[in-house]
Design a protein around this ligand. Sequence first.
Ligand code: AMP
Ligand code: GLY
Length: 421
Amino acid sequence: MRVLIVGGGGREHALAWKLAQSPSCQAIFAAPGNAGTADLGENLNIHDSDIHGICNAANERRIDLVVVGPEAPLAAGLVDVLNEREIPAFGPTQDAARIESSKWFAKSIMQAAGVPHARGELFDTAQAAHKWLEILGPDDLPVLKADGLAAGKGVIVPDHIDDAHEAIDQMFTGAFGSAGERVVIEDRLSGMEASAMAIVSGTDILPLPLSCDYKRIMDNDHGPNTGGMGVYAPPGFVGDPDDVFSSIHQPVVDQMAADGCKFRGLLYAGLMLDDGEMNVLEFNARFGDPETQAVLPLLDGDLLPVLAASAKGEALSRDAIAHSGKASVSIAIVSGGYPGPYDTGKPIHGLDAVDDTVDIFHAGTAIDDDGRTTTAGGRVLAVTAVADTLAEARGIAYDNVQRITFDGSFHRTDIALRELT
Ligand code: AMP
Ligand code: GLY
């Protein structure tokens, strides 16, 4: 099979790396890809939002399967257009992608399916939203969410009621573009967070190992949110993973199918667990980034036929996601200044000095005119180690992270530490 991966981050490099190992993979293309995907196949200079460019490239390159990484092209209907052209694509249609692209749609599905979640209300005027905050009172601080896609920035967890009112004004005056035209105000929950991803083909689901990502820039979860500073898998604080998938993913995909909105692709649930009680905070309609960089290296099976089966709505083979019960730790190395402004074009040193047993997943990297691998983004790359125990995986990952440097490089030092103390 000839595979085209849409996107250019660490998730897409990890997907390309895993799919390239399949005996049935003949060629890998990435649009636009990064320096990591360039090593595995051919990068196409096409932006992930260029639907017609992607469709044309898929035709020209005789692509057998398009795998869509990011949420924006899914929400824009890329899979629908590929389907019209009879090009198999892994990912949901625009309609089904609403499970991520509309927080309120996700809530209505969870409500109908009886899936535990943070309760909320929908507002389409600032006035009504402010009034609701007054009814809740200053001691019942909620969470505010732009209903639409806001590049991971549309969730505000205020520490003070004044911040909540200010966030509402910002959302309704276009701080998140059209995503903030409707705002969901929901109950604030507390607890440990975990990510649960499953490959879905209609009502057939194939659970992947659970994982935990670290969103804040600094150790001990200080500082602003980022696209993800590291991940470990699996978490020790979630009971039986089967319970997660049977009580969340299965009822949700069944409900969507019953509503005539069948889901195909990857269904990701962001969970909060508090004293045995589990609630869904959000769904994503695609592989998590950076969760994918920690989860795919745990799978022993051949992922390509499963993604192809999902794309065609066929039954999913259990063998494909067999895993040996190992643990993984993935640590992101980022540019100094990230998630604020940062420099790019810094040569990356030490990529050849890492152990053969660890995987380097590129995110913001490029090859310069002299053939050097340089930084080209905030999250530059991730180092993933797999071992029998989380402690071992963590040790190997950090040992190798120290060997990769560039001017201003930064990483967190506490990924997975909470499981070991
Ligand atoms: P999201 O962008 O939806 O992943 O949300 C970002 C973060 O906001 C989550 O990882 C949680 O830490 C936090 N969050 C979202 N919803 C809630 C909620 N209902 N209660 C408490 N924290 C939340
Ligand atoms: N790691 C969270 C996400 O992929 O949205």
